[in-house]
Design a protein. Sequence first.
Length: 309
Amino acid sequence: MRNRNSKYDAYFHIFDGTAKCLGKDCNYFYKSISSSFPRTCLRAHLERYHKESFQKLRADEDQQQEKPIVRPVRKRVKKEKKSSSNFDSTTENVNNDRNWCSPNDELLLMTEKVEEDDDVNDDIRTEFLSLTVNSLKSIDDSYTLLVFTAHYICASMTPCSRVLAVEPVKGEQTCENVSALLSNVLNEYRVDAFKVHLILREENDDDLKKAIRSTGFDSMQCLTIKLDLCIWEALNIFSINELLEKVKKAIRKIRKSRALSDNFPPLCDDNSIPSIYLKKGAKIRWNNALLIFELINYFLPFLQMNGKT
């Protein structure tokens, strides 16, 4: 259904759930949109590919801003508690958490949820911000928790992050769930599309990429969590802790033996290793671990001659 009151009618043909760009030699269009579709995505398209049309749109907006616009205050509607499955209890726990935005059918502003904290809408009015999309599954895969977080530099030039929305979904996440929640976040917090620097997603799922792309944004996979898991898994596989204990045991043995202690310091001097590393109780730091392993391998015959390591 066509939105006849949209300020983007002069630049897009919006009809039957699609939005086709009317720009010259531009074949780009949005396939599936609804009433919750963020029109800021259309604005971002004009800014990126049609500079003249975007300047004209901004001029029209400046004229409209001369008249004050009073935003109506929406009252929070209290819903009756449900006593049923684990999914309902999970939803109730999320609603009661003061650090999360309410996952009700109509997404509430965090300023209505957390009255004593700073105004989130004013806090995230920065020049640019990034969004992360995380999905947490239950052990039995009965539900998935979708979380949207904003990352930005605040006025005091310090990095900040805010959880904007969280929504439990029965079963696995779908393209419709992610797209609807992202649209609600952008609309409720009035985040302009051109301010979104980057959207990071934890999974490389095709449905998740399609959902973000349907709102007019591109996304990038964040590998931080997987890299962290790989590092800890590697530590377990290669028994790094056990190897460190062997290194420290070898150093203790060298210190106790006078002959070894007399021979080992010159070797350390030749390899520019400070004598502080031979002191009792000194911790082996990660930035020196590789150097120590290389030296152990280099002096392995010398160590094997004087006992097992």
